[in-house]
Design a protein. Structure first.
Length: 42
């Protein structure tokens, strides 16, 4: 039987921040970004 897992609210929030940051970086011409830089942008 398939049992779905709930994604926690903090994870959903963090993913939306990552998406926003990556979108901004892409618009400003960045092609790569390290996880350390991405973490600082939160």
């Amino acid at each position: 039987m398939y049992r779905s897992k709930r994604i926690s609210d903090p994870t959903i929030h963090r993913l939306s921040l990552y998406y926003r940051s990556l979108s901004e970086l892409e618009k400003s011409g960045h092609q790569t970004v390290c996880s350390k830089e991405l973490g600082k942008r939160e």
